[in-house]
Each structure stands twice: as C-alpha cells, then as structure tokens.
Write a protein that binds this ligand. Structure first.
Ligand code: SF4
Ligand code: SF4
Length: 312
C-alpha cells in the first residue's frame, strides 16, 4: 500500500474513538484540498520552514535541479523531482522530510491493531485519503483482516471510482463516509477537476445496496462548505434533493484554513489561503435550506467565525 500517515485518537472520521489511515494518491484536484500532500501517489519531499537555516545544501545535493531558493523559501519542483531523497539526507536540520511510504497490508494491519484497546464499542478504523479506492485490492484485504479481528471499519471516499472497487470492499465495511461536493456538473468539474456523474451513480448504488442486501451498512454524507465555491444555498438545496433521507447523517463541514502550512511545505500555491471562516449564521442557514428540501439528519461541523473570536 502507498500510505501517508496514521492519525490516532481521531474523533472526526466516524463514530467513537478511531485510528484513521491516510493513503497517498487521488484522482481529484479539489481547489480547497486539506491534504495536498496526499494527492501525489508517490512519496514526496516536504520543506518545513521553521527548521530551515538557509544553508542551501539541499540545492547543491539535487542532481535534477529540482530545488530552488525563492523569496518565500525553499521550493521543490515536483515535476523535476525523481524521488531519490538525497536532499533529505543532505539537510542538516531535518527541514526536508520524506512524506509517504510503501508498506505491505500485513504491516499496516499490524500498526492498526495496536490501537484496538481504545476503540471501545463505537470506535474503530477509518481508511481515508487521498482516495482509497485507487488501492481497492489492498484496501479490501486490509478491511477483511480488520473485520476478522473484530474491529469496526469505515471507508472515506470521494465516490469517484469504478463500481467494482466499491463492490470489492463493501462486504468488509461497516460505514461509508461519502463526499458530495457540488450538484452542478460544470461547477464540479471546475472546482475538482472531474465530473460528478460517476460519483452520483455510485451514490445511487450505495442507496440500493442499503435498501436491499445491506440495511446494516452505515452511510454518512459529507459536504465541504467552501467560501464562494460550494457554500451557496442553490448548491445545498440541489444536493439536498439528492441526499433526501438516504443518509444516516449529512454533515456540512465548515471551511477552515488550518492546512495553509501544508501548501507552503509542498511548494504549492493555495487560492483559499486568505479566505475567512464561515459564520455560525451562514452554516445554520445552509442546514435549514437542506431541511427545507426534505433532507434528514443534517448537521454542521467545524469551527465558525464566532468560535474563533471567542478563542481570542
Ligand atoms: S528527492 Fe532527489 S530529485 Fe527530488 S528534490 Fe530531492 S534530491 Fe532532488
Ligand atoms: S539543506 Fe535543509 S536547512 Fe539547508 S536550506 Fe535546504 S532545507 Fe534549509
């Protein structure tokens, strides 16, 4: 498997206390992506500003000329980089880090099972990305091992995958976390780089499965509420007409910019770096708009501007 990292004691990726495994590689290019380091399927190099003393040893160590010193700091050109990690070795302060590794399914299982003691009755393991469906064969094997060990499983997917990838892992999955971002296909293509047709077809398929053979399969829909991208009432009303009462929970996730540093580390620009938080009123109005269209079990999550002010 191509993995990024393990997040232990997670409370945001399903019920109870969980360990979330993030994998590398994603076919979408969401402009607001909060895990930009997971997009690239291969291992990559990150630059950590606070550790850098500006010695430029990394630049001279790179035979590909992929590293430059810019006004904002060290930049790594991922198109030129051949992932040799010589620069990581050459950096005297640990300011360059390798992100991502390959691991066998057995090794990943061995890491996850260590946390079984704190899962309790509700918690478990969530597999997230990147897009886990890109590694569906290995992920299905891992899910089966977890289920055989008595661990509750959740998968977090964009839904942009082949039907057979979903079919492969559903027998070993207790909960699907499913992203629905934009109902309008033109807007979906603009903001994520892909069409939403397959995503909506797979959502229908999940609904059919839940109504027929798998009434026990949990389904949580998640919609990122991104300023001036997905946060308009028209979008939420249109999504509500798709979701209706077909999810156990529909979470409107308020935008935050906590990932700003990740963009700096990966030498990427981010169009939302100056965007502010949503207000509590905006989020509540979107929940009400969804409910007005007949959607059930709608909530909003995430920090709004009001909480941020009260923290100051
Ligand atoms: S990993 Fe290798 S090719 Fe990539 S930036 Fe570092 S030294 Fe250059
Ligand atoms: S080698 Fe390390 S400390 Fe020196 S400039 Fe490069 S990243 Fe900074």
């Amino acid at each position: 498997m191509r993995i990024l990292n393990y997040q232990r004691m997670s409370t945001e990726d399903g019920p109870g206390l969980r360990t979330t495994l993030f994998v590398k590689g994603c076919p979408l290019r969401c402009a607001w992506c909060h895990n930009p380091e997971s997009i690239d399927g291969a291992s990559s190099v990150e630059w950590i500003k606070v550790r850098c003393m500006g010695c430029h040893s990394c630049i001279s160590s790179c035979k590909r000329g992929a590293i430059t010193a810019e006004a904002e700091g060290i930049k790594i050109d991922s198109d030129k980089c051949e992932r040799c990690f010589t620069c990581v070795e050459a950096c005297p302060t640990g300011a360059l880090e390798r992100r991502g590794e390959e691991a066998s399914v057995e090794t990943v299982f061995g890491e996850l099972i260590k946390d079984k003691a704190y899962f309790g009755a509700q918690g478990g393991v969530t597999l997230s990305g990147g897009e886990i469906m890109l590694q569906s064969q290995e992920v299905a094997e891992l899910l089966k091992m977890l289920k055989d060990a008595g661990i509750s499983t959740a998968v977090d997917t964009s839904g942009f995958c082949k039907r057979e990838d979903l079919e492969r892992m559903l027998p070993y999955t207790d909960l699907v976390l499913y992203d629905l971002k934009l109902a309008d296909n033109t807007r979906h293509e603009k903001w994520t780089g892909v069409s939403n047709e397959r995503i909506l077809e797979n959502f229908e398929y999940l609904d059919e499965i839940r109504r027929s053979t798998r009434p026990d399969l949990g389904l949580w829909v998640r919609t990122p509420i991104i300023p001036e991208a997905t946060d308009d009432e028209d979008n939420i009303r249109a999504l509500a007409r798709i979701v209706r009462d077909r999810a156990d929970r529909w979470e409107l996730c308020a935008f935050n910019n906590l990932c700003r540093d990740k963009y700096e580390r990966t030498s990427k620009d981010w169009v939302f770096k100056e965007a502010g938080l949503m207000t509590r009123g905006q989020m509540q109005r979107l929940v009400e708009a969804a409910q007005d269209e007949g959607a059930k079990n709608v909530i909003y999550t995430g920090k709004t501007r009001l909480e941020e002010l009260s923290d100051d």
